[in-house]
Design a protein around this ligand. Structure first.
Ligand SMILES: Nc1ncnc2c1ncn2[C@@H]1O[C@H](COP(=O)(O)OP(=O)(O)OP(=O)(O)O)[C@@H](O)[C@H]1O
Ligand SMILES: [Mg+2]
Length: 322
């Protein structure tokens, strides 16, 4: 039995705008999505801002009622059996508030253990085990006000795990965390999955998703536009190569001309501080580099490189037209 089963799940937010009651605006945040997550899997939900990821997670953790459709976690319906679901899951939102600043990390965990009904004689060993897991062992007696953002986030994860949830929902856990902290966080999540916990995670960092996720659903405009392993998603654009060209100065309307070259399947422009990076995707056998460089004749160029497609390329391709 899958640990998470989502069938045609839908959520519409209704909000009244303006003074007149008739000025009603509906936002279809989630438009009938379906997916399943198996036990022990690390499942990623990727998508642009406003795609419906947080709304989906809130329905799964019973904080928000679906407008229609159905979802079950560990076999329990998120509406009819909300209590049963809640007892068995944990969740952490990125940039989460809710730690007690003046208390030590240890006292925070003791407090929440009490709140979550962890049996008193289990609390000590459970907390030690979690401090170890999230890499805060040795720092637990310091006050949280002196913790870095990464340490706080790891403390949040420990908090979310106190009652031994079988499923953990992480909504952008690495937001605002520096590269070293984010790497440590990924190690924590990977360690967690290796102990058998099922994890559903959202992130905007594609390399993070690539590294961590067993499977990914890409959601855009409230619908799932693709689903598969990172390798499968990459295959969608991997029948070709990616040519990256550093452009100094204005490539302007030349970009449309690059798009029109036979064999070019997509062009994206990434703005840098002093240059632009032109990311040109090509189909299988196409040798487009000479044609692209010809089109850019007269524009000052920097580095030109060919590489294999990444998950980010696949992602941009998938959400581009939505
Ligand atoms: N409480 C609310 N009332 C009205 N509309 C909402 C509410 N919460 C979210 N929305 C809208 O629903 C849509 C989906 O939002 P959601 O927060 O689920 O997106 P998301 O994928 O989590 O985005 P992000 O990557 O920015 O976190 C957006 O259009 C958003 O503006
Ligand atoms: Mg969100």
């Amino acid at each position: 039995m899958p640990v998470i089963e989502v069938e045609e799940l839908r959520r519409t937010y209704s909000s009244r705008t303006g003074l007149r009651r008739s000025a009603k605006k509906d936002v279809e945040a989630v438009r009938g999505i379906s997916f399943e997550v198996e036990r022990g899997e690390l499942f990623g939900l990727l998508g642009p801002n406003g795609a419906g990821k947080t709304t989906t997670i809130k329905m799964l953790i019973t904080l928000l009622l679906p407008t229609s459709g159905r979802a079950r976690v560990l076999g329990f319906d998120v509406v009819a059996d909300a209590r049963e679901v809640r007892r068995r899951i944990g969740y952490v939102f990125g940039g989460d508030k809710g730690l007690y600043e003046r208390l030590s990390g240890l006292d925070n965990l003791r407090y929440f253990a009490e709140l979550y009904g962890v049996a008193p004689k289990e609390q000590g060993p459970r907390i030690s085990e979690l401090l170890e897991l999230v890499g805060l062992a040795g720092r637990e007696r310091e006050r949280v006000e002196g913790y870095s953002r990464g340490m706080r986030q790891r403390l949040h994860i420990a908090r979310g795990l106190l009652h031994r949830p079988e499923v953990l929902f992480l909504d952008e856990p690495s937001i605002g965390i520096d590269p070293v902290g984010a790497r440590e966080l990924r190690e924590t999540v990977a360690a967690l999955v290796s102990t058998g916990t099922t994890v559903l995670l959202t992130t905007h960092y594609m390399f993070e998703a690539d590294q961590l996720c067993d499977r990914i659903a890409v959601i855009a405009g409230g619908s799932i536009v693709a689903e598969g392993t990172p390798a499968q998603l990459k295959e969608r654009v991997a029948d070709g190569h990616v040519v990256e060209i550093e452009v100094y100065g204005d490539a302007g309307e030349r970009i449309d001309a690059v798009r029109a070259i036979a064999g070019v399947t997509g062009v994206a422009v990434e703005e840098g501080a002093t240059s632009q990076l032109l990311v040109v995707r090509t189909s299988a056998a196409a040798q487009v580099t000479p044609a692209v460089l010809g089109t850019l004749d007269g524009v000052r160029l920097g580095r030109v490189a060919t590489r294999e497609p990444t998950l980010e390329d696949a992602y941009i391709e998938l959400v581009r037209d939505v």
